[in-house]
Design a binder for this molecule. Structure first.
Ligand code: NAD
Length: 504
């Protein structure tokens, strides 16, 4: 039977989305809408407004007023802490509802959003809880006078101002929290733009903010695609900071657009992360399953930090490939609300064509196709499903080893010794994550230092709310998570005062 999600939508009671500007929910000024088509079925699910230039202008001005004249940036620490903690509890209470909405958005299976921490509502709640803890720790330094004399010099941190927070579609729970948690804890105000491909869960998360007691105007939401909505936001002169997670192409456009008023910019972009597997790995089968898991489970490889290049020592190469193929065979596509479904469809037709194009050119370039390589058919034919695909004997110069495919495609590259492995691993424009499997502790730490990536996992990989996460090279600018991301929503101010009658 052909898959359909309309009954789920009707049971959940999803209605069309609205913009939130200064505490009021409303459609776009010109009535423009975006219709969301579900990636697993192609069905029209619901609409969101397409915020135009004047809607975005109103949203930014509302955030500006809330920052310049409102209570949030200067609120008592306890007020901000209580709002953030209450919000974290509300997220936990509404976890099931949010998971269902996300399944209607980007099609991430309930099995994944329930059981995998990085994809859960729990991680979002934990991130807000973590940042609530920073509210009363916005510290600076008191410094002795450099040139002697009697005066005081100190630094302190202030909220950075109005933040444009732009989300991708693939991990809205965690990324919403990674931006709004530190921004709100620091006392900033926000204009949020969810992805046009995953707006519904985010809109509900925003509704819960006012239930937690956040004043009107502190968080405003504009929905719609990159053009016109995103462009109007990133070029708006009253935005102080852009915090963006998404593709490298749009990241570069944001750097360009921010130059006009020298906005502060944080970028979390893509990756082509390597996993290095040595013969003394604790368990070769487990290393293969985890690596394939990152490019198939849940998001079907549409994850920034998926370990899409497996660099495998020649001594364990065949063993790794056998286990990897077995894991790829365990992927189960289907209705995201069924607990047996393990992975999602690709987000849209454009991405489907892109991934199939990479696979085709991978074949032509001489890489050995071990499994997959085709679009799924039968009951799944109307969805954007691509079979889990493994290419072996890949050369790192091939396109499938260099470009972020953002689909269920693993490239496996053999190596002979440690130096060769490091050279191949670092031979990429990206630098988001890296993994390595070995029981030799000295090698593990030696390589952790040599690998040019923002996060290196030794015999495992996870995302944690209190750890910085971000990329070297073209994987981004800055870090999200923990103290470093909180500080990225502040400006550092130096204050000087002579204590005697002399001038400084
Ligand atoms: P995308 O860049 O197409 O879109 C991201 C967001 O930017 C969306 O909200 C989109 O509407 C908006 N946008 C598009 N054009 C814009 C413009 N000109 N101005 C302003 N906004 C614009 O990315 P995507 O397809 O949603 O997400 C996939 C990408 O995100 C991948 O490259 C992935 O690696 C990356 N990602 C990175 C991380 C990380 O933490 N490093 C996490 C998740 C996803």
């Amino acid at each position: 039977m052909t898959l359909s999600l309309v009954a789920h939508r009707d049971k959940i009671g999803l209605t069309d989305g609205l913009l939130l500007i200064d505490g009021k929910w409303r459609p776009a000024g010109d009535g423009a809408i975006w219709t969301h088509h579900h990636p697993a079925t192609g069905e029209a699910i619901a609409t969101v407004p397409v915020a135009g230039e004047s809607d975005v202008d109103e949203a930014v001005k509302a955030a500006r007023r809330a920052f310049d004249e409102g209570s949030w940036p200067t609120a008592r620490a306890q007020t901000r802490i209580q709002v953030l903690l209450k919000y974290a509890s509300l997220l936990r209470e509404h976890a099931e509802e949010l998971r269902n909405l996300q399944a209607l958005d980007n099609g991430v299976p309930i099995m994944f959003s329930t059981n995998i921490y990085a994809g859960s509502v729990e991680v979002a709640a934990d991130i807000f809880t973590h940042h609530a803890g920073w509210v009363d720790k916005l510290g600076g330094q008191t410094l002795p006078p450099y040139q002697g004399g009697d005066h005081l010099a100190m630094t302190y941190r202030e909220p950075i101002g109005v933040v444009a927070a732009i989300l991708p579609w693939n991990a809205p729970f965690m990324l919403f929290a990674q931006k709004l948690g530190p921004a709100l804890a620091a006392g900033c105000t926000v204009v949020l733009k969810p992805s046009e491909f995953a707006s519904f869960a985010v809109l509900r998360m925003v509704e819960l903010l006012s239930e937690a007691g956040l004043p009107d105007g502190v968080v405003n939401v504009v929905t719609g695609p990159g053009n016109p909505t995103g462009e109007a936001l990133i070029t708006h002169p009253l935005v102080d900071k852009i915090s963006f997670t998404g593709s490298r192409t749009v990241g570069k456009r944001i750097v360009e657009a921010s130059a006009g008023t020298l906005k502060r910019v944080s970028l979390e972009l893509g990756g082509k992360s390597p996993t290095l597997v040595f013969p003394d790995a604790p368990d070769i089968g487990m290393a293969a399953m985890t690596t394939v898991g990152t490019v198939t489970m849940g998001l079907s490889g549409q994850a920034c930090v998926a370990h899409t290049r497996a660099l495998v020592h020649r001594d364990v190469y065949d063993q790794f490939l056998g286990a990897a193929q077995m894991m790829a065979g365990a992927v189960n596509y289907g209705d995201p609300f069924e607990l047996s479904t393990t992975a999602s469809a690709l987000i849209n037709g454009r991405q489907l064509d892109r991934v199939l194009g990479f696979i085709e050119r991978g074949r032509e370039s001489g890489a050995r196709l071990v499994c997959g390589g085709e679009r799924a058919d039968g009951d799944l034919a109307a969805g954007n499903f691509v079979q889990p695909t493994i290419f072996a004997d890949v050369d790192n110069s091939m396109e499938i080893a260099r470009e972020e495919v953002f689909g269920p495609v693993l490239t496996v590259i053999p190596f002979t010794d440690e130096d060769e492995a490091v050279r191949i691993a670092n031979d990429t424009d990206y630098g988001l994550g890296a993994g390595l499997y070995t029981t030799d502790a000295r090698r593990a730490f030696r390589l952790a230092r040599r690998l040019r990536a923002g996060t290196v996992g030794i015999n495992g990989f996870q995302v944690e709310p209190h750890l910085p996460f971000g990329g070297f090279k073209q994987s981004g600018l800055g870090r999200e998570g923990g103290q470093s991301s909180f500080e990225a929503y502040t400006e550092l101010k130096t204050v000087l005062m002579p204590l005697g009658d002399e001038l400084m």
